[in-house]
Design a protein around this ligand. Structure first.
Ligand SMILES: O=C(O)c1ccc2[nH]nc(Br)c2c1
Length: 160
C-alpha cells in the first residue's frame, strides 16, 4: 500500500492545497493529511474544524485520511509506515525553506519529500492571505472550496 502525507496547518484549506491533495491522491493508494498543531498560534479555525472541512472537500477522492499531529512530521510518518512527504512548491521563494526541511527530514528518518509544482492559478495563494483579504471584505470565493468560503465568511462575521 503506497502511502504519502501532505502536511500543513490548513487554516483553512485553500484551492491550492486541494489541487496538491487531488494530484497526490492519483499517485498514491492512501494520502494522509496531517493537520499540524501549533500550540503557540491561535488559528481562525480550530484543529477539529479544519479536519472536518478537509474531510468534506477531499471525500470525493476516496483515499484521503485526515488527522491532526503535534510534534515531528517524521514521527507521524514512522508511526504510520509512510515513506514520502508530498509538498506543493508555489514559487522559488518556497524552495530554500522546503529544501532545508526535506534535508532535515531525510537525515532524521529516511523519509523522502516529493515536490509538486503548484498550479500557476494558485501560485500566489496562502491561507494567511485568504484570511486577510476576507477580513477586509475582499471576495475570496474563487480561492477556497465553497463550504470553506461559507465557514470563513461566517467566522469573520462572528469576530466583528
Ligand atoms: O497556504 C499556505 O500557507 C501554503 C504554504 C505553502 C504551500 N505550498 N504549496 C501550497 Br498549495 C502552499 C500553501
Amino acid at each position: 500500500m503506497r502511502r504519502a502525507v501532505c502536511p500543513g496547518s490548513f487554516d483553512p484549506i485553500t484551492n491550492g492545497h486541494l489541487d496538491i491533495i487531488e494530484r497526490a491522491s492519483r499517485l498514491y493508494d492512501v494520502v494522509h493529511i496531517a493537520v499540524l498543531i501549533n500550540k503557540s498560534k491561535q488559528g481562525l479555525f480550530s484543529v477539529e474544524e479544519r479536519i472536518q472541512m478537509i474531510e468534506e472537500v477531499s471525500a470525493p477522492y476516496g483515499n484521503v485520511l485526515v488527522e491532526s499531529h503535534h510534534g515531528l512530521l517524521v514521527d507521524y510518518c514512522r508511526d504510520r509506515d509512510i515513506p514520502a512527504i508530498v509538498k506543493g512548491l508555489r514559487a522559488v521563494s518556497d524552495f530554500d525553506y522546503e529544501l532545508q526541511m526535506a534535508q532535515m527530514n531525510i537525515g532524521l528518518s529516511g523519509v523522502e519529500t516529493l515536490f509538486v509544482p503548484t498550479s500557476p492559478t494558485y501560485s500566489f495563494l496562502s491561507s494567511s492571505l485568504v484570511k486577510e483579504v476576507a477580513a477586509y471584505g475582499g471576495d475570496v470565493s474563487h480561492l477556497v472550496p465553497e463550504l470553506v468560503h461559507r465557514r470563513l465568511v461566517a467566522r469573520i462575521a462572528e469576530r466583528r
